[in-house]
Design a protein around this ligand. Structure first.
Ligand code: KG4
Ligand code: ZN
Length: 328
C-alpha cells in the first residue's frame, strides 16, 4: 500500500511516499528564514510552505516514478501546529483528494512523531511501551497501549525541552534552532567544571517536566560570570545545561517505567537526535530503548504517512479537521 504523507505544521515543509512502512521517497525543506528572528514567524512559515510544497511533491513523484493514481492514501498533519501553516498542507491534501479521488486522512503531529519509531525499523516495538516525545513544541511521556490508545503520564508545565535548547542557544549566541549547535559545543568540553544547573522537582509522584527555572538559572549564571568568561567557557555552560535537561528527561522516564512496570521505551522528536540523550536512555533501558533514525526525529512527512498507513490498516481514517492546539 502506498501512502503519500504531507507535513506543514511548523517550519519544515515535507512530502514523502511510503510503501507499507518502508520509505520510498522523502523530501524535507527546513525553512532557514526564521533563523534571523530567533524563532518561527508564523506568517513567514505559511508563505514558505506555499512556495515549496508543490516543488517537493514533484520531486517525490520524480523519485518514485509512479503516477498519482498509484497512491492509495493521502495522510496530512491537521493538528497541532501553526494555523496558517497547517492550512497549506491540508489544502494541498484536499486538492489531491478531490481531484484524484484518493482517500485522505488527518493525522495528529504528535502521533506522527510516535510512529516515526515504526518507519522501516528492523525490530518491532512491542506494545505496550512508553513513548517519550521531546521536540521544540512538546515534551511528554505517553503510555502507548496500541495505535490510537495513549495515556499521557506527564508533560511539560512550561517550556518544551527543544524550546529550552533554542532559548539558551539564543542567549549563548547560536542561531535558531540551536539544539544541534549546543550538543556540538557541549561535546568540546572535557569536564563538568562544577557547574550545576537545577533539575526541576515536581510535587509528589508527578511525571511532569519544567524547564523555565533552568532557563532562568543559566541566564543569571551567565550574567554573573560576564560576557568574556561565558565566551571562553561556552562549551562548559552548554555541557552543564544539556546535562540538566537530560537528567530531567531520564529521571521521569525511569520513574514512569517503575510506576507502570513497562520497560520498553521509544523516544522521538527533534531532541531525540541528541546523542548524549540517546546514550543516557540506552544506559538505563538497554536493548529495550528505541529511537528513530536522526532524519526521522525532526519534523518530516514520512512519520505522518506511517501513522496514516496504520489508520488505513485499522479502518480508522478521519477527514482532516484543522485544530491548532489539539493534544494527542
Ligand atoms: O520535532 P521538531 O523538528 O519540531 C517540533 O515538532 O517542535 O524539533 C525541533 C527541536 C528544536 O527545538 C531543536 O533545537 C531540537 O529539536 N533539536 C535538538 C537537537 N536537534 C534538534 N535538541 C537537542 N539536541 C539536538 N541534537
Ligand atoms: Zn514535531
Amino acid at each position: 500500500m502506498k501512502t503519500l504523507g504531507i507535513e506543514t505544521s511548523c517550519d519544515e515543509t515535507s512530502v514523502a511516499v511510503l510503501d507499507d512502512d518502508r520509505i520510498v521517497a522523502s523530501e524535507v525543506f527546513s525553512q532557514d528564514i526564521h533563523a534571523r528572528f530567533g524563532g518561527v514567524v508564523p506568517e513567514l512559515a505559511s508563505r514558505a510552505h506555499i512556495a515549496k510544497i508543490d516543488v517537493l511533491a514533484a520531486a517525490v513523484f520524480d523519485a518514485i516514478k509512479l503516477p498519482l493514481s498509484d497512491i492509495d492514501l493521502v495522510a496530512v498533519t491537521d493538528s497541532p501546529g501553526l494555523a496558517g501553516a497547517l492550512l497549506v498542507g491540508i489544502s494541498f491534501a484536499l486538492g489531491i483528494h478531490t481531484q484524484a479521488g484518493i482517500p485522505v486522512t488527518g493525522i495528529n503531529h504528535l502521533e506522527g512523531h510516535l510512529y516515526s519509531l515504526f518507519c522501516g525499523t528492523r525490530r518491532d516495538i512491542p506494545y505496550p511501551f512508553l513513548g517519550m516525545l521531546v521536540s521544540g513544541g512538546h515534551t511528554a511521556i505517553y503510555l502507548v497501549h496500541d495505535f490510537g490508545r495513549y495515556d499521557c503520564l506527564g508533560q511539560t508545565v512550561d517550556d518544551a525541552a527543544g524550546e529550552a535548547f533554542d532559548k539558551i542557544g539564543k542567549l549563548l549566541g547560536f542561531a535558531y534552532p540551536a539544539g544541534r549547535a549546543i550538543e556540538g559545543e557541549a561535546a568540546k568540553a572535557t569536564h563538568d567544571a562544577d557547574i550545576r544547573f537545577p533539575v526541576a522537582r515536581m510535587p509528589d509522584s508527578s511525571l511532569d517536566f519544567s524547564f523555565s527555572g533552568l532557563k532562568t538559572a543559566v541566564k543569571y549564571f551567565c550574567a554573573e560570570k560576564g560576557t568574556d568568561w561565558v565566551r571562553e567557557n561556552r562549551p562548559l555552560v552548554c555541557r552543564a545545561f544539556q546535562k540538566s535537561v537530560i537528567d530531567s528527561l531520564v529521571r521521569n522516564l525511569v520513574a514512569a517505567s517503575t510506576m507502570t512496570g513497562i520497560r520498553t521505551v521509544g523516544v522521538a522528536g527533534g531532541v531525540a537526535c541528541n546523542t548524549a540523550l540517546r546514550n543516557a536512555i540506552t544506559d538505563r533501558f538497554g536493548e529495550r530503548a528505541f529511537f528513530p533514525g536522526p532524519a526521522l526525529c525532526t519534523d518530516n512527512a514520512a512519520m505522518i504517512a506511517r501513522a496514516g498507513y496504520e489508520r488505513m490498516k485499522r479502518n480508522s481514517l478521519r477527514f482532516p479537521r484543522m485544530s491548532p492546539s489539539a493534544g494527542l
